[in-house]
Design a binder for this molecule. Structure first.
Ligand SMILES: NC(=O)c1ccc[n+]([C@@H]2O[C@H](COP(=O)([O-])OP(=O)(O)OC[C@H]3O[C@@H](n4cnc5c(N)ncnc54)[C@H](OP(=O)(O)O)[C@@H]3O)[C@@H](O)[C@H]2O)c1
Length: 296
């Protein structure tokens, strides 16, 4: 047994307490990797806790707490980042600084491979959206390093789709502009499988790839799908994109995080948000599952 454990590749999962990170822990565990999770609050690992071989408790934003984080680790994965309208901490403290701290630990510990999650089109919108710039600076640093790297830029995850579903459940589904922007949302389990595949296949190393799920929808069609699952007639309203831009400008002096998220929503509503299709989870099935949870 001891010998078998010694041969398992050791992976650090940063972001293990989040939506994607928990699926990554599960996929790595299932595929025989030794998983060390980084968590500031281990209880947030929930059911993923028992799939972790070790938990390293620390604050990723504070470099001084990360001593030994990557010792003995071959591969580092990070999806640490903000998804909140709260004013603090900032995208620079989390998406940039926390990930830079982890990258610096990885370099000092001579880690072999670093897998990082940015977002679809973040490289194209980085000059307009601070949150995209914060993540893409990590991509720049990785590409300039001597590490082997993998960058995935996924489109919207199913946890974001769940937020859209809840909007329909509340009664009205809002689209930005005419709702014609296209997206192929992806399930966290499908992103996690793609990550394991890329860790294992050296031909995919040192590549950045924009990925999405198997089905392409306009945002209006996502609203229609949600109402169909709820068995209600669709009630879809439009928000003009300029309104998000104006709200972002007004909010900027008080809440830079909310301002950058509104700006991101405005900018991506005018882009094609479809990534290279992968995975097998269908949004229709996910919405039907959510519709059955009547108590929420
Ligand atoms: N969700 C999407 O639709 C989507 C689409 C494309 C790309 N992405 C990218 O993928 C990343 C992960 O997405 P997700 O849906 O898995 O997000 P999530 O569920 O919110 O998970 C975020 C992770 O970051 C950690 N984190 C947040 N603030 C932190 C802080 N101040 N200090 C230390 N750790 C902190 C969280 O830890 P705690 O549990 O301790 O808070 C959690 O582990 C996003 O940030 C985004 O850049 C997301």
């Amino acid at each position: 047994m001891q010998q078998r454990v010694g041969k398992r590749k050791r992976v650090l999962v940063a972001g293990a307490t989040g939506y994607l990170g928990r699926y990554v822990v599960a996929a790595l565990h299932k595929n025989g990797f030794h998983v060390r999770a980084l968590a500031r609050d281990p209880s947030r690992l929930r059911e993923a806790r028992e799939l972790c071989d070790e938990v390293f408790v620390a604050e990723a934003t504070q470099h001084s707490t990360l001593d030994g984080l990557c010792d003995g680790i071959e591969i580092v994965f990070s999806s640490i980042g903000l998804r909140s309208f709260a004013p603090r901490p900032s995208f620079w403290e989390v998406d940039y600084q926390a990930n830079m701290n982890i990258l610096s630990c990885a370099i000092s510990a001579a880690v072999r491979h670093f897998v990082f999650i940015s977002a679809l089109n973040a490289d194209r919108i980085r000059t307009k959206v601070a949150a995209a710039e914060a993540r893409e600076r990590i991509v720049d640093a990785l590409m300039a390093s001597d590490l082997t790297w993998t960058v995935l830029r996924p489109t919207g995850f199913f946890n974001d789709m769940e937020e859209l579903f809840k909007m329909a459940r509340r009664g009205v589904f809002y689209v930005i502009g005419d709702g014609a922007a296209r997206i192929n949302p992806i399930h966290g389990a499908d992103v996690a499988e793609e990550i394991v595949r890329r860790i294992r296949d050296p031909r995919t190393h040192n590549q950045a790839m924009g990925i999405g799920g198997p089905d392409v929808f306009t945002t209006r069609q996502i609203g229609e799908l949600a109402f169909e699952a709820l068995r209600r007639p669709p009630k879809i309203r439009s928000i003009p994109p300029w309104l998000l831009g104006a709200a972002s400008l007004l909010l900027a002096p008080f809440n830079a995080n909310a301002a950058t998220l509104l700006r991101a929503m405005q900018v991506i509503s005018e882009m094609d948000m479809t990534g290279t299709p992968c995975g097998r989870h269908r949004l229709r099935d996910f919405f039907l599952e959510l519709a059955f949870r009547k108590d929420e």
